[in-house]
Write a protein that binds this ligand. Sequence first.
Ligand SMILES: Nc1ncnc2c1ncn2[C@@H]1O[C@H](COP(=O)(O)OP(=O)(O)OP(=O)(O)O)[C@@H](O)[C@H]1O
Ligand SMILES: [Mg+2]
Length: 332
Amino acid sequence: MNRTAEESHLLRIKNLALEFHTERGVVQALDGVNLAVAKGEVLGLVGESGCGKTVTGRSVLGLIPCPPGRIVRGEIWLDQENLMTLSQENLRSRVRGSRITLVPQDTLGPLNPVHTVGTQMGDILKYKGRSRNGRPNRPGSDHQEILDLLRAVHLPDPDKILAKYPAELSGGQRQRILIAMAFLPRPELIIADEPTTALDVTVQAQILKIFRDLVARDGCSVLFITHDMGVVAAICDRVSVMYAGQIAETAPVRKLFESPRHPYTVKLLDSVPSPEKKEISQIPGTVPTLININKGCRFYDRCPQRLDRCRDHKPGLTQADEDHAVFCHLFG
Ligand SMILES: Nc1ncnc2c1ncn2[C@@H]1O[C@H](COP(=O)(O)OP(=O)(O)OP(=O)(O)O)[C@@H](O)[C@H]1O
Ligand SMILES: [Mg+2]
């Protein structure tokens, strides 16, 4: 990515490293993570459980609990502003819930159990307003806007939904409400953390289409976190593959599916079920605990193509193509 292209990205995460200090030792949850999301782009962040997807998204929002968490280096830029230099108060009043919103992985925790959905959605517009970013106001009242969004995420009878308390709704309904809430203040960036996992497959396909339409309508950017390559294919423009707290590979979605380079990406794609495959291949082993992790490539123990140097030397960036970055000694 050249400098001009990089500067044109709305979100830029540079060399981010995050640790958790636990009784068992120091968890090196993120190590040298670089990501960039362009304006209007949906960037997928994909990887197995425990790879660091959620903590990457929460770092952007300043939501890492400290202690035990500590960001040890890196920069996080939203347009022209380095978010790492902002106080919690500034993040809360100027960024979180207004310029950047989150669709969280957990659907019950983020909703207040003692207020109706209607009160909570109204409060978003009352206290967070709308991040206009030069875009015109949509016509219609706040209430109308809330109703339109609930219908958009396929919640029929929105007036009834607004009168309910979170515990009265199903997991799938709550997930759709959280998606609607994320779009409500018209943010510049949405961090969507596994936003469709509580939905069944047919509804998931509908919601992904709606999500995509809302992104196109609002022109916002999305960091879309998922472990599902099928979801990546359905909604993302580009994708970064994450393994054990590091980025393994970043490319436009089609390129990544057609010519994956990193052995981890190849294995992830092999494990996606399809009608042509008789057997689904699994990646042997599991993601390491990230405590006392080896200095070299973190995929070393599970990699079928490992070289001697992979054990002790961390792979650097290789540009497989102008828009295709890979971190692997096989290409270095
Ligand atoms: N509060 C914490 N204290 C200690 N370790 C933590 C904490 N939060 C996260 N971690 C560790 O950071 C690593 C990354 O966790 P994270 O939740 O980001 O994974 P993930 O990729 O989102 O996984 P999943 O797909 O299961 O949601 C894991 O090793 C996890 O145990
Ligand atoms: Mg997660």
